[in-house]
Design a protein around this ligand. Sequence first.
Ligand code: SF4
Length: 652
Amino acid sequence: MNNGYFGKLLWVNLSDSIIREKKPPEKFYRQYFGGYGLGCKLLYDNMPPKIDALSEDAILGFFPGLLTGTAAPFSGRYMVVGKSPLTDTWGDANSGGTFGPAIKKCGYDGILITGKADSPKYISIVDGETEIRDAKKIWGLDIKEAEEELKKIHGRFIKTAGIGVAGEKLSKMSGIANDGGRIAARSGLGALMGSKNLKMLLLKGKTKIPIYDKKTFNNLVKEYNEGFTDLEGGLINKIISKIPKMPKMMSKVGANSGPASLIKRVYHNYGTPFTNTISALSGDSPVKNWKGVGVEDFPVEKAQKLSTERINKYKIHEYGCYSCPVQCGAILKIPEIGLEETHLPEYETCCSFGTLLLNDDLMSIFKINEMCNRAAIDTISTGATIAFAIECFEEGIINKSDTDGLELNWGNSDAIIELTEKIINREGFGEILADGAEEASKIIGKGSEKYVMASQGSLLPMHDPKVYSTLALSYAYDPTPGRHTTASGEFEDTAPYDKFITNLEYPKKKYKDMESKAQTLYLNTGMHQTYCSVGLCIFARYMGEYPFIELINAYTGWDISVEECIESGIRIQTLRQAFTLREGTILAKNKLPGRSVGDPPQISGPNEGITIDYQKDYSYLCEKLGWNPENGVPLKKTLKNLDLEFVIEDLY
Ligand code: SF4
């Protein structure tokens, strides 16, 4: 049947080497789409509750979004899912590049891996044949080296996703990398893959996607892409190059605000580091392990050393994910440190190893980015864990005898590089830090826990809730805590969904009163979960109106509406929540580190005097979602309305 998806999943059990294809019920697709939506439903149904995240029964899933693999703009994402070894909650992480489409080209809507191999293995799915193969020769190699080795056996046209040394050594900060350095980085899912003794997934296939109404689909894509011309934009570039001198103005309007035509060019020409300098000064970037103030501790002279103009001097060419009309990535050449080809570091990396550590040495950031990509470790978690270690050192909680002789002072870039290397390899002091700051503080003790800037073990990302207050909601309470890419209010409003699709109505004044605020958060939550499960890149929303509903319907033959999208998104979020609750974690009781929410408030800088009451926001949101505000448990009525009755016996 031509309805876009294949109706087929691949299950691989590494304990007994059994490989099976299974058909999920048809209705799963319309209720959960693909990506982590479909992944969550399958893991909820098939994984025993409360097991150790790294046990043999734990399931690791790879799911392309519903539209992934098609020409739909920005639809190239895939999502890795599992129980997070870092937080013990629902875990997911996503990545772009070309690996997601390759899953579709193998004819699958998802690949699920269970069991544990008795020695290192990789799974190859080549032209319809799946094999579990010996990986001893590539175990211990970084992800670029390992892929090169596999190309010698399987040819140049393979696509791979796998773990580096960090995942092999079960670091709870490790991720899964594809395309030589794009990482599904968060939730520590690299450790889950490592625990299965699985080094890589290798894909090659030619299966065609059975689009329902190809003509309409292609016309929608063509019409949309016609808006992406002249991305270089001469005059616009000149204006943007002045932005570092306008931090005050940008802090008022938000770094991502602006007409879609401008945003497209900015992303294409500069990628996410365009915001490095602006965010350092506007209060968006956390500074000095969240206790500093950008304009004082990392002033414009320092912040500009990480500016996009300096980074762009090293650019060889742009590149991007499959079917992306913007292409925000780039390959750089850095002769100063002997890097012939390296990925452009993202904003999150530049901030977590720059502003957060008061490190203005751009070369060190290039180097660390390459090291972390090759080792497939999350740069946010690693940088934030080093920030914790530096503060412990500066406060005298640890000294050189603990740090293998490293002088861990703010901005000491040589020491930061060396410590990153130690964390990746679990060497010396790196062994203590390798599972993140929260685990490290349990070993270090001596009051060090007050310097852990994490939520449920997940190190906080590089956007300050004091600028976008409802980010605190996501950081504290999303089923994958400590994430900036989950739905919240003002952060989503830098690219609101009613500018992305038609027929979505927000309250007239979104944050006028608690009822309007809760309704806004509810709509954002529903839209966001659907959007991610369909496989769109988060930046698509910044690029203007998109034929979202139209593409889904042309692809599947459904007659889906905005209301149904929102309902399905709420279903997905409620099931992610139920997964986390079933594991025994009640995030409603979770508390964020005081510094992140202005408790006590900062006494100077752009965020002076601001304190965020995120607990109150959550109560209102829970009521809107039909969840009990006391504990975040979805009400029975809500579960019935969302066709999630199967959850009731687990939670009641
Ligand atoms: S905007 Fe960037 S991250 Fe998003 S799909 Fe395009 S290239 Fe990938």
